[in-house]
Design a protein around this ligand. Structure first.
Ligand code: HEM
Ligand code: HEM
Length: 190
């Protein structure tokens, strides 16, 4: 991933919009995942599951697109005021984010593919999304994938807390342009 280190002074509009769209979708998924599990059996519960799966697959596709965009476009350099361990941690956390943005939906997709119920995934009630070819239907595999899906979701919540904390520290304590360059309407600092 040498390209990931290449620099410019700004994020591209595409990178910014993909960042916020995916962030919003992931936060909605984290909520809907918990809520739908707590619901009693009903046709509404079934629909919420279908929307969770639909938005989850959207996140998978958008994140792959975003990763391709990231590897083919320059990203802004981190401020020189950051210590080298901070820079290393920032880069590592961004890589782990990309891994989770792709890994979480993949684990969900694999889980429904392994389910012995064999319920179809219908994207937004429009398109039938296939199960992953070659994944055997097995209760124990489904259980393991469900656990993986849950653990990865907890990991992204922890990483998000670190990420938001770091963004706020950059903006309010360090007073650099790390947050403003990710929010197009905020004026860059002079
Ligand atoms: C689940 C939600 C989120 C995910 C998955 C996420 C993921 C990412 C990733 C992967 C990057 C690195 C961009 C790149 O170089 O390609 C990034 C950058 C950034 N994110 Fe987020 N983010 C999320 C939510 C947020 C929130 C809520 C904030 C604001 C408080 C935020 C503020 C930023 C900022 C300021 C940067 C730029 C960092 C830099 O310039 O090095 N993010 N985010
Ligand atoms: C970034 C995307 C996703 C996020 C953040 C996410 C998050 C979550 C969370 C937090 C839960 C509750 C886990 C628990 O506490 O046990 C959950 C459950 C679930 N997710 Fe996802 N999910 C995503 C994508 C997907 C996808 C793509 C699918 C399937 C195509 C999927 C299928 C499921 C299913 C079936 C459950 C319920 C498991 C059960 O109750 O047996 N998810 N998800």
């Amino acid at each position: 991933m040498r390209e990931i280190m290449t620099t410019t002074s700004q994020y591209s509009r595409v990178a910014i919009w993909l960042h916020w769209l995916i962030a919003l979708l992931i936060m909605t998924q984290l909520l809907s995942g918990k809520i739908m599990q707590a619901m009693g059996p009903s046709s509404l519960k079934f629909e919420v599951y279908q929307y969770h799966k639909s938005f989850g697959i959207m996140i998978l596709l958008l994140s792959i697109l975003r990763l391709i965009w990231r590897l083919t476009h320059k990203a802004p350099a981190l401020p020189d005021t950051m210590k080298s361990w901070e820079k290393r941690l920032a880069r590592l956390s961004h890589k782990v984010f990309y891994a989770l943005m792709i890994g979480i939906p993949l684990s969900g997709w694999a889980m429904v593919s392994a389910s012995t119920f064999g319920i179809k995934t219908r994207l937004f009630k429009l398109i039938t999304w296939p199960h992953i070819p070659g994944v055997p239907q097995s209760e124990s595999l489904e259980g393991q994938l469900k656990q993986a899906h849950e653990i990865l979701a907890v990991l992204i919540v922890l990483l998000l807390a670190l990420h938001i904390g770091a963004a706020l520290k950059h903006h309010f304590k360090d007073k650099d342009d790390v947050l403003t360059r990710m929010i197009p309407r905020l004026k860059p600092r002079p």
